[in-house]
Write a new protein. Structure first.
Lengths: 450, 140
C-alpha cells in the first residue's frame, strides 16, 4: 500500500509530499524525502528502536512493565523540588499541551530546544517585532533570497528545491532563472556553491555588516575600506540587490543567531529589514531545526504567555532567558530532576550542563537509543508523531500541519506521546491527592471542557 | 609543542543528520561523521610540517576543555578557522555561557589545535565518563 502526501517528521521544512510504501506494519520504501527523512522513516524497523521501557539497576538496565515505568517517573517528578521538563521539538502539540500542564502542576520548569538554538531570534521578535511571511510567499513571490548564516543543503536538504530556488510559483514561473540567491556565511558552504552571490564575512562580525548596510541605506558614506571582511563595494552591491528586488526573504540560521552579539545581531537585522520595506517587500524566516520546534513556541505562548524557558515554581509563569533557560539552569545546578522527551541533551549540550544531567534523576522518552538514554534512570519508548500517531505540528514559518499515522507503534500500551504524558499527569495528581498536597491548577480537565 | 590559534565553529552536516535521524547514534558511524575537525588545506600543511609523523588526529582545546578528533582537509573552510559537526565531541569544548540568551557559544569561539597521538574517544567512552561522574555525584 502506498500512502501519499505524508508530512515528514524531521526538519523545520516539514515537507508534505512524501510517499511511503507500507507492507504489514513495516515501512518498505520512502519517496521524495531527503536523506535524513528517509533514514527517519526507515528507522522504525531498525533494531535501535526502543520497544519496551527500561529502568536503571546499578550499572545495568532492566526491562520493566509500562505501569511501573510511568509510576516511577511520576514519583521522581513529584518528589523533586524543581523538576525540568525538556525536549518537545519532535513530538506533537497535543503532547506539549499536557507537558505544560505537568510543569504547572508540579511548579517546575519547561523548556525546549529553541532555548539553546533560536532563542536570540525569539527574544529579538519580542523586542523589535517580526517581519515574518510564510513559505508560500517564498514559492510564489520571492525573487531574491538570502541565506544568512544558514546552510540548508546540509540541515534542511529540500529547502531549495521545495520552497525557494528550484520551485516555480505564480510570479516565479521561470524557477531558478527568475530568482537570485545570495549566501552570507563565514565558510563556503554547500549552499554557497549553488548561490549566485557569496559574501564571506569574518566570524562574529554580522552586526558590523548589518550596521554598514543600514548606514548606506540611509544615504551616508562609509569611510572604511573593509567592513566585516567585505569590501565596501561588495556591501553596496548587496544593498542594491536587496533594494532592487520585487520580493526578498532572508532565511536566518544559527550562523547569525549563535555568533557573538546573539540577540543584538538578530534585532539589528530585523530593523534593517523593516527599513528596507520602505523600498520593496522584504521578510525574514528563521530556519527552525526540528519539525515541531515552532509548535512548542506556539503552545507555550498560548498557555503561559511566554515562548520558551518558563518557570512555574512561583505558581504563575515567569520567564527570563539566561536565568530560566535550560543550559543556565543546569550550569547553576538549580534543577533536581529532569524529564527529557524527544531530545538528546547529552549529545548536544555543553559539557558543563551534561555533568548536572548526570547527577540528577533523569527520565527519558525517546524512540531510539541515544547517549541520553544511557544516562537515564527510566527510559520510556516514545511514539513517533507523524509515523506512528497523528498530531499537529508547526512548520518553520508557523503554519500548522496535521501529521498522518502510517503504521502502528510497536507496543499496545499507548498510542501517542500525548497519552504517555497524560498517564504521567494523572499519576502525579493521584500522588498529590493521596498525600493531600493538591494545588489549584487549571489542568487538562478544564481545557478539555472548553 | 606546536599550537595553532583558530576560530571554532560547530553546526549540522547532512551525513551527521542522517546518522542521528536514523537512530544510529550509538554506532561507529556517528564517530566517523561527528568526531571530525574540518581544516583549511594551508592550515593542515602548517600543522603537518610541525608534527613528527603523518597527521591524522588533532587535539582541540578551548577555555572549557579539550577533545581529540580526526582531521579532514576541507577547502571550504577559511584559513584560521575550524569546523566540527555538532555532537558530543564538539560539545566537550563549547562554552556553556549563554550571554543571557539561553544559547551557548556554538559559533565563533576561540580555540587552539595541536597534532596528537591520542585516540579519538568512542561515543560509549564519552558516556562512560559521564556515567562515572553520575555514580560519584549521584544525588541521594
Amino acid at each position: 500500500m502506498i500512502i501519499r502526501e505524508v508530512t515528514c517528521p524531521v526538519c523545520g521544512c516539514a515537507c508534505d509530499d512524501i510517499e511511503v510504501r507500507v507492507e504489514g506494519n513495516r515501512i518498505i520504501e520512502v519517496r521524495n524525502a531527503c536523506t535524513m527523512g528517509t533514514k527517519k522513516f526507515l528507522s522504525v524497523n531498525s533494531e535501535n528502536r526502543l520497544r519496551v521501557p527500561f529502568m536503571r539497576d546499578g550499572n545495568e538496565f532492566i526491562e520493566v512493565k509500562w505501569e511501573r515505568a510511568i509510576k516511577e517517573s511520576a514519583k521522581i517528578l513529584y518528589e523533586s523540588n524543581y523538576p525540568l521538563l525538556y525536549g518537545w521539538s519532535e513530538t506533537s502539540c497535543e503532547a506539549i499541551k499536557v507537558g505544560v500542564d505537568i510543569a504547572e502542576l508540579l511548579g517546575g520548569f519547561i523548556d525546549n530546544q529553541s532555548s539553546h538554538c533560536h532563542s536570540p531570534t525569539i527574544i529579538a521578535e519580542q523586542r523589535s517585532g517580526f517581519p515574518l511571511c510564510t513559505l508560500g510567499m517564498a514559492i510564489n513571490y520571492a525573487d531574491f533570497i538570502i541565506y544568512w548564516g544558514s546552510n540548508p543543503e546540509e540541515s534542511h536538504p529540500r529547502h531549495l528545491s521545495h520552497f525557494t530556488a528550484y520551485t516555480r510559483g505564480i510570479y516565479t514561473e521561470g524557477g531558478r532563472r527568475d530568482r537570485k540567491i545570495a549566501v552570507i556565511d563565514v565558510r563556503k558552504t554547500k549552499t554557497a556553491k549553488l548561490a549566485n552571490f557569496f559574501f564571506q564575512i569574518k566570524p562574529n562580525s554580522d552586526i558590523e555588516l548589518i550596521s554598514a548596510l543600514r548606514v548606506l541605506l540611509r544615504g551616508h558614506e562609509l569611510n572604511e575600506k573593509e567592513i566585516a571582511g567585505l569590501k565596501v563595494s561588495d556591501i553596496k552591491k548587496l544593498l542594491n540587490l536587496m533594494k532592487g528586488c520585487n520580493y526578498g526573504i532572508v532565511f536566518i540560521g544559527l550562523g547569525l543567531v549563535s555568533s557573538l552579539g546573539k540577540v543584538n545581531n538578530v534585532e539589528a537585522l530585523f530593523d534593517l529589514i523593516k527599513e528596507i520595506n520602505n523600498y520593496t517587500r522584504f521578510s525574514i524566516i528563521p530556519m527552525r531545526g526540528h519539525y515541531n520546534v515552532a509548535g512548542f513556541t506556539q503552545v507555550l505562548t498560548w498557555r503561559s504567555g511566554y515562548p520558551f524557558a518558563v518557570d512555574y515554581s512561583r505558581g504563575y509563569p515567569y520567564y527570563n532567558p539566561g536565568e530560566t533557560s535550560v543550559i543556565d539552569l543546569l550550569c547553576r545546578k538549580e534543577i533536581d530532576a529532569m524529564l527529557c522527551i524527544a531530545a538528546d541533551p547529552v549529545s548536544h549540550f555543553p559539557r558543563k550542563a551534561v555533568e548536572r544531567i548526570a547527577e540528577i534523576p533523569l527520565i527519558t522518552i525517546d524512540i531510539t537509543k541515544t547517549p541520553t538514554t544511557y544516562l537515564s534512570d527510566i527510559v520510556i519508548p516514545g511514539v513517533i508523531c507523524g509515523i506512528e500517531s497523528t498530531g499537529t505540528y508547526y512548520r518553520m514559518d508557523n503554519v500548522p500541519l496535521t501529521a498522518k499515522k502510517i503504521i502502528d507503534p510497536p507496543f499496545k500500551f499507548v498510542s501517542s506521546d500525548e497519552e504517555i504524558m497524560q498517564k504521567i499527569y494523572y499519576k502525579i495528581k493521584r500522588l498529590m491527592k493521596d498525600e493531600g498536597t493538591e494545588r489549584g491548577t487549571e489542568g487538562i480537565e478544564k481545557i478539555t471542557q472548553t | 609543542m606546536f599550537v595553532m590559534k583558530v576560530i571554532l565553529n560547530t553546526g549540522s552536516t547532512i551525513k551527521q543528520g542522517a546518522v542521528i535521524k536514523g537512530g544510529k547514534k550509538m554506532t561507529d558511524k556517528y564517530k566517523e561523521e561527528a568526531a571530525v575537525c574540518h581544516v583549511n588545506p594551508n592550515d593542515f600543511r602548517n600543522l603537518l610540517l610541525r608534527s613528527d609523523k603523518e597527521l591524522k588526529r588533532v587535539k582541540v582545546k578551548t577555555r572549557c576543555g579539550e577533545v581529540v578528533v580526526n582531521v579532514k582537509v576541507d577547502d571550504r573552510i577559511a584559513e584560521g578557522h575550524i569546523f566540527i559537526p555538532r555532537g558530543p565531541w564538539a560539545n566537550r569544548v563549547i562554552d556553556a555561557y549563554t550571554f543571557d540568551s539561553g544559547s551557548p557559544f556554538y559559533k565563533g569561539m576561540d580555540a587552539e589545535i595541536m597534532p596528537t597521538d591520542e585516540d579519538v574517544m568512542d561515543c560509549r567512552e564519552l558516556i562512560m565518563e559521564y556515567k562515572e561522574y553520575k555514580n560519584k555525584n549521584k544525588k541521594k
